[in-house]
Design a protein. Structure first.
Length: 593
C-alpha cells in the first residue's frame, strides 16, 4: 500500500507541478488556510483564529476552523524552508500536504477489505478509489483545506466498524469521530450514524458491549481533548457551527450514556433496544432544551444572508438540482456500493462478518441519501461505496475469468469490472449532454474571468501600489491577501455575515451609497473583476445598481482610475472621499499601461 501511495504521490506531483509552482489555490478555503498558516508561523496566537487581513478596520474576521489542519502544512514549511526558501517551501508544502491524509484513507480502506473481503483485495480497493473523482479531488496537490483529513477519519471509522477485535474497533471509531469533529462539523451526520450503528450492534448482540464501551469512552475523551487543544477563543461561545461547548456537551453525554449502557448485563434484545432508544431520546431532548438556538441553520445567519448568499452556494444544493452530467458520476458508485454491501451481507449471513457488512451497507445508504440534501456529500458517498464495489468485483470478475470462451474471459471480465466498480461512468461522461447551454457565451466569459483574476501573474502587479485596503468581491478576498500585500473586506465565511452583506449592498445598491460603506471599512481602492461569477449575481439582482453602472462604463467622478498592465483582467480605482457626489460620467475605461 505504501508503494501504491508513493506512486500516486509521484504522479500527482508530476502532473500538478505547474500549479504548485504558481501556487494555484483554486478554492477560497485553500487560500484562507494558507493565510491562516502564515499567521500562525508569524506569531499569531494558537487559539486566535481571526483573520486580521480581512476587514482589518473592524478587527478582522472570525474563522470557525481549528489549528489541526494547519499543523502538517506549517510543519512542511518549516522542514523545507532551510532547503528551498520561504516562497518555494510554501508552494511545496501546499502541494504535498493533501497527500498525507490520502495515505490514511488508503490505510482505512485496505484494512476494511482485508477484514471483510480477502487479504489480497486491498489492491482492488485502491484501484477503485482512484476512479472516485469527487473523492480524489479532495487529495489533489494544493487542496489544503480540511476535507481530505475528514475523509481520512471516515475511512478509519469504516475500518473500525469492520474490525472483529471489538475493543480496537470501538476505539478506532471513537477517536476518528472525535478527530473529525475537532476539525469541523461537515461530517457530523456520519459520526452520529457511526455511533448509532455501534449502538445497534450492541442491541443485536450483547457480546458487542465491549466495542460500545470503548467507543463511548474514546468519543467522550477524544472530543474533550480536541476541544481543549484546538478550540479557538471564538469557539468557547455556544455556537452551533463548530466543536463548541454545544457539541462537546452532546458528545460527552452520548459517550457517557453508551458507556453506562454497556455495563448492563441484559439478555433480552428488546430491553436493550428500549434502553438505547431512551438514551437517544434523552440526548435529543437535552439538546432541544439546552441549545434551542441550534435547531435551525447551524450557521445562524440572518434571513437576508441565507436568501442572498448561503442558499446560492452551489455545493450546498441537492444533487437533483444539478445537471445529469454533474450528478451521474457522483451517484453511480454509492449505489453500486450499497448493492455490493447488501449482497455481501446475505452471503455472510451465518458468520460474524454479516453484522459488519450490514453496518457498511447502512452507512453507505445513509451517505447516498445525504446527496439528496447537499451534493457536497459526494466525496464521502463515493468513498463509502468502495468496500461494496470491491466485493462485487472480487466475486464477479473471477467468474468471467473462469469461462472457457476467450471472448467471455477477456471482454466479459473487463466489462464486468467497469460496471461493478463504477468506472464506466467516466467513460460515458463525454457523451452526456453538456452542462453549458448552446448559444450562450456568458458561462465561457465567467469561467475565463474566474481563472484570470485568480492567477498570480494577474494579482502580483497590484503590489506596485503601497499596501492598502481593497474593496473587492467577497470571493476575491482570500486570494487577494495570499498573493498580494493588500488587505480585503470580506471572504465567504458565514460568521462574518455583515461584511458579506456590506459588499453585496455596496455593489447592488445605488452608486451614492457606496462610499459610506467603503468608508466604514476604511477601503482606499475599489478592485473589480468584470464577469467574475459573483458579479453576475450583482447584475441579476439590480442591473442599475452600482456594479451594473460600472459594468456599463458609467464611473462616478470620485473614482480615480489607476493604471494596470494592458492585459490585466482587473479594473482598479482609488476612492476619493474628498470629492462631491455627482452623477456618473459618460462611459469610459481606466487607462492601461
Amino acid at each position: 500500500m505504501l508503494v501504491f501511495w508513493l506512486g500516486v504521490v509521484a504522479w500527482y506531483v508530476w502532473q500538478r507541478q505547474g500549479n504548485i509552482y504558481w501556487l494555484t489555490l483554486g478554492d477560497t478555503d485553500d487560500n484562507l488556510r494558507l493565510a491562516q498558516v502564515r499567521a500562525l508561523l508569524a506569531g499569531q496566537g494558537w487559539y486566535d483564529l481571526r483573520q486580521y487581513r480581512l476587514d482589518p478596520a473592524l478587527g478582522g474576521l472570525d474563522i470557525h476552523w481549528s489549528r489541526i489542519v494547519d499543523l502538517p502544512i506549517a510543519g512542511l514549511i518549516l522542514l523545507l524552508k532551510p532547503l528551498l526558501g520561504t516562497a518555494l517551501a510554501e508552494k511545496w508544502a501546499c502541494g504535498l500536504a493533501p497527500l498525507l491524509p490520502l495515505g490514511l484513507t488508503m490505510t482505512g480502506l485496505c484494512l476494511t477489505v482485508r477484514r471483510l473481503v480477502a487479504p489480497q483485495a486491498w489492491l482492488l480497493a485502491l484501484v477503485i478509489l482512484m476512479g472516485c473523482t469527487s473523492t480524489m479531488l479532495m487529495y489533489a496537490p494544493l487542496r489544503i483545506d480540511h476535507h481530505g483529513w475528514q475523509l481520512a477519519c471516515l475511512a478509519l471509522t469504516v475500518a473500525g466498524l469492520a474490525d472483529r477485535a471489538r475493543a480496537r474497533g470501538g476505539v478506532t471509531v471513537g477517536l476518528s469521530s472525535a478527530l473529525s469533529l475537532s476539525i469541523g462539523l461537515e461530517l457530523l451526520p456520519y459520526c452520529a450514524m457511526a455511533g448509532a450503528i455501534i449502538a445497534l450492534r450492541w442491541v443485536w448482540d450483547a457480546g458487542d458491549a465491549r466495542r460500545m464501551q470503548v467507543y463511548g469512552l474514546s468519543l467522550a475523551g477524544g472530543t474533550a481533548l480536541g476541544f481543549a487543544l484546538f478550540a479557538s477563543n471564538a469557539n468557547q461561545a455556544l455556537r452551533c457551527d463548530a466543536l463548541t461547548p454545544v457539541w462537546l456537551s452532546v458528545m460527552v453525554a452520548a459517550g457517557t450514556l453508551l458507556f453506562a449502557l454497556s455495563l448492563l448485563r441484559l439478555e433480552n434484545r428488546w430491553v436493550r433496544l428500549a434502553l438505547a432508544a431512551v438514551a437517544g431520546g434523552a440526548i435529543v431532548a437535552g439538546f432541544v432544551l439546552l441549545f434551542p438556538q441550534c435547531l435551525g441553520r447551524p450557521e445562524q445567519v440572518s434571513d437576508e444572508l441565507a436568501r442572498t448568499w448561503l442558499s446560492r452556494v452551489r455545493e450546498a444544493k441537492p444533487i437533483y438540482e444539478h445537471s445529469f452530467k454533474t450528478g451521474f458520476p457522483i451517484a453511480v458508485l454509492p449505489i453500486i456500493g450499497v448493492l455490493g454491501a447488501l449482497l455481501a451481507t446475505w452471503r455472510a449471513r451465518r458468520s460474524e462478518a454479516a453484522v459488519a457488512w450490514a453496518a457498511i451497507a447502512l452507512f453507505t445508504a445513509f451517505a447516498g441519501a445525504m446527496l439528496l440534501w447537499q451534493i457536497r456529500a459526494g466525496p464521502a458517498a463515493q468513498l463509502l461505496g468502495v468496500p461494496g464495489a470491491t466485493v462485487l468485483a472480487w466475486l464477479v470478475v473471477p467468474w468471467f475469468l473462469a469461462r472457457s470462451s476467450m471472448l467471455v474471459r477477456v471482454f466479459g471480465s473487463v466489462l464486468a469490472f467497469l460496471l461493478v466498480t463504477g468506472l464506466f461512468a467516466g467513460l460515458v461522461l463525454p457523451f452526456l449532454p453538456s452542462d453549458k447551454a448552446k448559444g450562450k457565451p456568458g458561462p465561457d466569459r465567467v469561467g475565463q474571468a474566474n481563472a484570470a483574476c485568480a492567477r498570480m501573474t494577474s494579482l502580483r502587479p497590484l503590489d506596485a501600489i503601497p499596501k492598502a485596503v481593497m474593496f473587492t468581491h467577497v470571493d476575491m478576498g482570500p486570494r487577494l491577501i495570499v498573493v498580494t500585500h493588500h488587505d480585503a473586506i470580506a471572504g465567504p465565511y458565514h460568521r462574518n455575515g455583515q461584511a458579506i452583506l456590506d459588499v453585496h449592498h455596496a455593489f447592488t445598491g445605488p452608486a451614492s451609497g457606496f462610499r459610506a460603506i467603503a468608508a466604514r471599512h476604511k477601503a482606499q481602492y475599489l478592485l473589480v473583476c468584470p464577469n467574475l461569477s459573483e458579479t453576475t449575481v450583482y447584475r441579476a439582482r439590480n442591473p442599475n445598481g452600482f456594479y451594473g453602472q460600472l459594468h456599463r462604463g458609467q464611473v462616478p467622478s470620485w473614482l480615480e482610475p489607476v493604471a494596470l498592465p494592458a492585459k490585466s483582467p482587473f479594473r482598479l480605482w482609488r476612492i476619493r472621499y474628498d470629492l462631491p457626489d455627482v452623477p456618473v460620467s459618460a462611459p469610459k475605461a481606466p487607462p492601461r499601461r
